[in-house]
Design a protein around this ligand. Structure first.
Ligand code: PBG
Length: 337
C-alpha cells in the first residue's frame, strides 16, 4: 500500500529549514556551538590511608577511594590524558576526627601527604585542596561549633591555618567549600602574609544546601556523623539573587575563580554568574549527580556514556569554564580516542 499524505503548502517557511544543517555528521560538526576538551575537566579524588589500598564507594559505582601511592598513579594517568587539575578529598581516620578539627592543619595529614607525593611525581598537574573542616570534625560540620551553632569567625581563623598547611605542602589552588562569611578575604591575607601570593583561590561561591551531596558524605565518612543539616551556612536552593551576592563578595575578597555547586540543577546560576561577572566560573557535578547517571546506567535506564557527555556539554553551554566531575578520566579518555 502506498502512502498518500497530502502535502501542505509550506510557503510560510520562506525557505527556512533548520533541519538542513542537521542532515549529516559533517554539517552538524560545522555548526556545533560548544566544545568539550580534557582541559575543561577537574577530577575529584578521594583519599584513604594505607599502601596499595582502594575501596569502592557503595553509592558511587565506579568511584574508589585511593591510598596516596595509588593517587599518584591516578594523577599520572590524568595528566597523560590532558586533565589540568585534581581536587583532593580525604577520608580521615575515625580517631583523628575531633570537635576542634585539629587534624585539618596537620602538615602531615592525608591530604597534605598526597599533595607532596603527587607534586613530587607528577609536577605538571595542578592540585586543588578543599578548605573546610567537615572531613576532620566529629560532628561532620564544615566549621567548629558551640552548642548547635556553627561558629563563623572562629572557623575562619582555623580555615586559614588549614589553607596555609595546604599551601606549604604545595597546593596550587585552595578551594574554600565551607561557606563561612569572610573566609576568602581572610585566607587571601593569610596566604599573602606567608609568601604564598601565587597560590590561587577557587571559591565555592554559590554552594547550595543540597541533597545531592549524599554519596560524597559516604565517601569521606562524614555523612553518618552529621548532626542536623548545613542550611545555616550553605545557600537556600530557592535563591538565585543571593547566590550572585555570594559571588560578588568572594570576588571582592580576592577569589580568582568561582564555583557553582551542585551543577545540573543549577545551570541557571552558572549562566547568571557568567553573564554578570567577568571571571572564570566552574561548576561541580556533585556526587549525587554522578550517582544518578551511574546507577541509571547500571539499571539499563539510560546510556551512561551518552548521558555523561550530554551533561558535560550542558555545563559548557551554560557558560562554565570547566567542570569538576567524577567522570573526568572516563570522559578525557573518550575525547582523546
Ligand atoms: C564539604 C564538601 C562537600 C562537597 C565538597 N566539599 C559536601 C558538603 O558540603 O556536605 C560535596 C561534593 C560532592 O557531593 O560531590 N565541605
Amino acid at each position: 500500500m502506498t502512502q498518500s499524505w497530502a502535502r501542505h503548502d509550506m510557503d510560510f517557511l520562506g525557505g527556512r529549514r533548520l533541519r538542513r544543517m542537521r542532515r549529516t555528521p559533517w554539517s552538524r560538526a560545522l555548526v556545533r556551538e560548544t566544545t568539550l576538551s580534557p582541559a575543561d575537566l577537574i577530577w575529584p579524588l578521594f583519599l584513604i590511608e594505607g599502601q596499595n589500598e582502594r575501596s569502592g564507594v557503595r553509592t558511587m559505582p565506579g568511584v574508589e577511594r585511593l591510598s596516596v601511592d595509588l593517587a599518584v598513579e591516578a594523577a599520572r594517568e590524568a595528566a597523560r590524558e590532558g586533565i589540568p587539575a585534581l581536587a583532593l578529598f580525604p577520608n580521615t581516620a575515625a580517631d583523628l576526627r575531633t570537635e576542634g578539627a585539629e587534624e585539618a592543619w596537620n602538615p602531615d595529614n592525608l591530604t597534605n601527604r598526597a599533595i607532596r607525593a603527587i607534586k613530587d611525581a607528577v609536577p605538571e598537574i595542578g592540585l586543588i585542596a578543599d578548605v573546610a573542616l567537615d572531613p576532620y570534625t566529629s560532628h561532620g560540620h564544615d566549621g567548629v561549633m558551640a552548642g548547635d551553632t556553627v561558629l563563623n569567625d572562629e572557623t575562619v581563623a582555623l580555615l586559614c591555618r588549614q589553607a596555609l598547611a595546604q599551601a606549604e605542602a604545595g597546593a596550587d589552588i585552595v578551594a574554600p567549600s565551607d561557606m563561612m562569611d569572610g573566609r576568602v578575604g581572610a585566607i587571601r591575607a593569610a596566604l599573602d602574609e606567608a609568601g604564598h601570593e601565587h597560590v590561587a583561590i577557587m571559591a565555592y561561591a554559590a554552594k547550595f544546601a543540597s541533597a545531592f551531596y549524599g554519596p560524597f558524605r559516604e565517601a569521606v565518612g562524614s555523612g553518618a556523623r552529621l548532626r542536623g543539616d548545613k542550611r545555616t551556612y550553605q545557600l537556600d536552593y530557592a535563591n538565585a539573587e543571593e547566590a550572585l551576592r555570594e559571588v560578588e563578595l568572594d570576588l571582592a575578597e580576592g577569589a580568582d575563580m568561582v564555583m557553582v555547586k551542585p551543577g545540573m540543577p543549577y545551570l541557571d546560576i552558572v549562566r547568571q554568574v557568567r553573564d554578570s561577572f567577568n571571571v572564570p566560573v566552574f561548576a561541580y557535578q556533585v556526587s549525587g549527580e554522578y550517582a544518578m547517571i551511574a546507577m541509571a546506567g547500571e539499571a539499563g535506564a539510560i546510556d551512561r556514556q551518552a548521558a555523561m557527555m550530554e551533561s558535560l556539554f550542558a555545563f559548557k553551554r551554560a557558560g562554565a569554564k570547566g567542570v569538576l566531575t567524577y567522570f573526568a578520566l572516563e570522559t578525557a579518555r573518550i575525547l582523546n580516542r
